[in-house]
Design a protein around this ligand. Sequence first.
Ligand code: NAD
Ligand code: MG
Length: 392
Amino acid sequence: MRGISILGSTGSIGQSTLDVVARHPDAYRVVGLAANSDVDGMLAQCRRFRPALAALADAGAAARLRAAVADEGLGVDVMAGVAGLDAVATHPDASDVMAAIVGAAGVLPTLAAVRLGRRILLANKEALVVSGALFMAEARASGATILPIDSEHNAVFQCLPADFGHGLAQVGVERILLTASGGPFRQRTLAELHDVTPEQACAHPNWRMGRKISVDSATMMNKGLEVIEARWLFDARPEQIQVVVHPQSVIHSMVQYVDGSVLAQLGNPDMRTPIAHALAWPQRHAAGVAPLDLFAVARLDFEPPDLQRFACLRLAYDAVAQGGTAPAVLNAANEVAVAQFLERRLGFTQIAEVVERTLDAFPHAHADDLEALLDADGRARAHAEQLVANGV
Ligand code: NAD
Ligand code: MG
């Protein structure tokens, strides 16, 4: 019986994780649940899974949850704020921690679990974008196992030999082929992208996801963040990571070896597959996902990404090449820009503009510690907010 804590339990990945966990009641016990402010969602999860501890980052929401939990006599401890997130991440009974908070807000609680050497199921790609070098160094020091949940990285993980940690060259890997659906606007011209609405941007053709990652998919910043994520997870050189647009989202990514072999992982686009894979690893168990019907899929298409129309992908390659604080700055500016776009205060194509101008405003700086990274994150956020306030 493994104890699991879920950071971001009320979100898309959090709910899918609980769906898989509920299919295997003899294998997992839910120890801790954490989220931002969704009292009703968290209360329903407390009723169903009876965790030892539930935390909400928002103090007012946590107080309402505490009252409701006491009212119903659920026997769940409730905590608030950053301390609450930390307590869920580091709960002594949690051998496994699903990191599924969206954005840089997930960095600190996830790192806390990494430092304790827990098994980390990593969905929160922004944590690696912001603090990749440090994150992986901490994992090596504590012996924490990092299992990728992002479907592409989970696919790459499945296509690599167990000893890939010795170095990609050592195990004969030439390139990582990271597939991308191309999002809802794959075939739009730059001019047609100008007046795109949040509703259109969030209507992904293949995946149901949270709003932030849906917008990231539409700008292809999501793929940019994933290039940086892959760079750290697999210790790959950025030029070794090739983005391949594959609209069907059936191949979740591939690994190309020196002998010419290309290994791929296929499946229906359902996040319960990578979640179940990581939960059961190195074994397998059922995920509730329909079997892939290749005859219904019929064909698989591939095309190169267009860095002209999808400037965010180019900016992410630039940032990872710069290194240091640049990826943290890229991520912070993007979080601000996406939030403003969702509030209809920023146009869709202005997201890339805000990111580019923020990156330009912060020349390359080394980042030896978390403080420097979080400081860069904070300053980049303030700069991006200012750009939006001034009409970019
Ligand atoms: P979501 O918006 O549906 O859920 C986000 C969760 O994080 C919620 O539980 C929310 O309460 C919590 N949260 C947000 N801000 C918080 C804060 N400040 N403190 C504490 N909790 C906070 O997002 P999602 O789609 O589930 O994505 C979660 C992460 O997984 C993201 O990093 C995303 O990039 C990654 N991911 C998601 C998918 C997907 O299919 N949804 C696929 C791959 C990777
Ligand atoms: Mg992905």
